[in-house]
Write a protein that binds this ligand. Structure first.
Ligand SMILES: [Cu+2]
Length: 649
């Protein structure tokens, strides 16, 4: 069961731009700025109204707020980037700014055009002969960002350094056959191959590695259907992009850069809407590889700032991984020519049963009290060439908020000479090599916990020394330290002190006299293994710490800065926080960097089983008691209550 929303009237001011709004904004730019075929529309997204305006709207939902578009453009003939703000209602350009010396996100069109440019290049065709390839129609060319490694061309041109693979036929998994030792360098402005870099030749691995349903032999036959039935429909209601589910309310957003975003997340506590998060999103990510050999050493991808997590979003129309009653939201954008583009069903929302919410059996009363946990899942999946990233936000009945990132898809593979054992990675199949790498994600959480004035504490668990007050040497306590300014807030996870963080509002006390709070609970994490001096790491300053806190600024949205593609580094969190601004009792943003160290296994091939990474936000005296105390028992099929059990045959 599914339904797709098409909002016709003006909805919430944080709703993503509709197709007609995008069309109007593009039209205004074309009419007034004389943009020709050389100018690409890199992204067209809602220019989110100021927090002040959104606050006014929250108090007066009848208020009309002008719709504005934020547009990033790139002129290939001049190698120049522009930012424009367009007033859609009045069909006017509000601002037009040349941003010197930057390379914005690569568009999907450039991925396709780059592949075509490489395939028709004489130099590339010549180089292919060494691999015995005379017909390049089955060669795959994945764009791969060029990064910055100190060269003049990286500083002055729009570049790509593709990786190439060879399919055995049109439906084959080409990643099983990497063309190792060859990297074309492409000028994306002229869309021509500047040169083809050739390193040590390695034979293309010949063995197939397929996963498609029509290619895998002997698919299992012992799986019986498992159906989720919601005879009365879902428990959520949707109005445009506004969602209400049990006590939760939020606005769902989407843009080409970050993909899925959450806005104005609040919980109805005994009739009163209490705000928790103003906005939450993936702000940046980077995947650095750990192999120093010629083909591999430049590999790193800032998937959000270089490729666009929204630009790469999947249409879930063709096979959704969700069960139950699903509500889809489309994602509207443009291609780089400014033509309208809709990713149908880019966002999936549904409910999931999540086991036991709580349970107790009082032996004197005899009747067990047990409640099933239900969670609301809001998700999207992006494909960045070989890799897949799923972003799953979960809201729970007990006030928990969780982000789970799912890593799957296909490893970035290379060919390896027979009989040689790799040091910087592992063989996943004969002659097929996967280099070690890490994935770092930065999530931006703009808290508005019962209002804008918030503070963050770092909490460390301290073991009490053995003395007269601790005769059995068993005592330990939680020591909270208020983070007063940005530099003091920079920190890492610490297993020795079970470190966590709490976001508090000192102006609001709970019924035991403590300021209301949410606890930030990190999940799996790691630190970068590349030197601090590594080029990629200088460009990804956000990996230097797991936790960062900044005072809210409308201009600070992306952890590695606005334009990480081919950037020289030093931008984003590392720059902003160096001014050490005060962060106590004000509107603050918490930024969390989490990493996954991926030492590949044969079991990660040909397609990787999902790896999970994320964090949990848990109410910490935000409520006066378990907010899920009022969840009623589930109703069994027979209609009797009190049973949490499924129907038994
Ligand atoms: Cu990986």
């Amino acid at each position: 069961m599914s339904s797709t929303l098409t909002s016709t009237k003006r909805g919430h001011p944080l709703s993503p731009l509709s197709l007609s709004e995008i069309s109007s904004a593009v039209g205004v730019i074309r009419r007034t700025k004389n943009t020709g075929r050389e100018t690409r529309f890199i992204s067209v997204a809602l220019k989110e109204p100021s927090k002040q305006k959104i606050g006014e709207f929250s108090n007066d939902p009848g208020l009309q707020i002008d719709r504005e578009a934020f547009i990033v453009l790139f002129d290939n003939s001049k190698n120049e980037c522009y930012e424009a703000v367009v007033d859609i209602d009045h069909a006017a350009v509000i601002s037009w700014t040349h941003i010197p010396g930057v390379q914005p996100t690569m568009s999907s069109d450039e991925q396709i055009e780059c592949e075509q440019a490489v395939l028709k290049s004489e130099a590339f065709r010549d180089a292919m002969k060494k691999y015995g390839v005379t017909d390049t129609s089955l060669v795959m060319v994945d764009i791969w960002s060029a990064g910055y490694y100190g060269s003049e061309e990286e500083a002055t041109m729009r570049l790509a350094r593709p990786l190439c693979f060879l399919r055995a036929d049109a439906g084959d998994n080409g990643y099983a056959h990497p063309i190792e030792g060859i990297r074309p360098v492409v000028d994306l402005n002229t869309m021509t191959v500047i040169r083809v870099e050739e390193y040590d030749y390695v034979k293309v691995p010949p063995l197939a590695g397929n996963y498609a349903k029509d290619r895998v032999e002997n698919l299992r036959t012992d799986i019986k259907p498992l159906e989720i039935v919601q005879p009365e429909g879902p428990s959520f209601t949707v109005n445009g992009y506004e969602v209400s589910w049990q006590k939760w309310n939020l606005v769902i957003g989407f843009n080409p850069r970050e993909g899925l975003t959450l806005h104005q997340l609040n919980y109805n506590d005994r009739g009163k809407k209490r705000s928790i998060l103003y906005r939450a999103s993936l702000s940046e990510m980077v995947v650095p590889y750990g192999d120093p050999t010629a083909t591999q050493k430049r590999k790193n991808a800032f998937d959000t700032g270089e490729y666009g997590m929204g630009t790469c979003a999947n249409s879930l129309e063709l096979g959704c991984d969700c069960l139950g009653h699903i509500k889809y939201f489309d994602a509207n954008m443009t291609d780089s020519k400014g033509n309208l583009l809709t990713v149908k069903n880019a966002i999936c929302m549904h409910e999931e049963d999540y086991g036991i919410l709580w349970k107790h059996t009082d032996r004197r009363i005899g009747t067990p009290e047990v409640r099933r946990s239900r969670r609301l899942v809001i998700s999207s999946v992006s494909t960045v060439e070989n890799y897949e990233y799923g972003f799953f936000w979960y809201l729970y009945q007990d006030g928990n908020i969780q982000l789970e990132i799912k890593l799957t898809g296909i490893l970035s593979l290379g060919a390896y000479p027979k009989g040689v054992k790799p040091k910087y990675g592992n063989l996943v199949a004969p002659c097929l090599y996967a280099p070690n790498h890490q994935h770092f994600f930065n999530v931006r959480c703009d808290f508005d916990l019962d209002g804008e004035e918030n503070s963050v504490y770092e909490v460390n668990i301290v073991a009490e020394p053995a003395d007269d007050s601790n005769p059995f040497e068993n005592a330990f306590y939680a020591k909270s330290t208020l983070l007063e300014s940005e530099l003091s807030a920079r920190s890492n996870l610490n297993l020795e002190t079970a470190r966590y963080w709490k976001i508090v509002n000192h102006n609001r006390k709970n019924h035991v006299g403590e300021p209301v709070a949410y606890k930030f609970m990190p999940g799996d994490n790691c630190i970068p293994f590349a030197s601090r001096n590594a080029y990629w790491r200088r460009r990804a300053g956000f990996v230097e710490n797991h936790i960062w806190v900044t005072p809210y600024s409308e201009k600070e949205n992306y952890a590695a800065g606005d334009y990480p593609n081919q950037s020289r580094g030093g931008d984003g969190l590392i720059k902003w926080t160096s001014s050490d601004r005060p962060i106590a009792d004000r509107d603050i943003v918490l930024w969390y960097t989490m990493g996954h160290t991926h030492i590949p296994r044969p079991e990660d091939y040909p397609v990787m089983p999902t790896t999970y990474l994320g964090f949990l936000l848990k109410p910490l005296g935000f409520f006066d008691e378990n907010p899920a105390n009022d969840v009623p028992p589930s109703v069994s099929k027979e209609g009797s209550n009190g049973s949490n059990c499924c129907h038994q045959p």
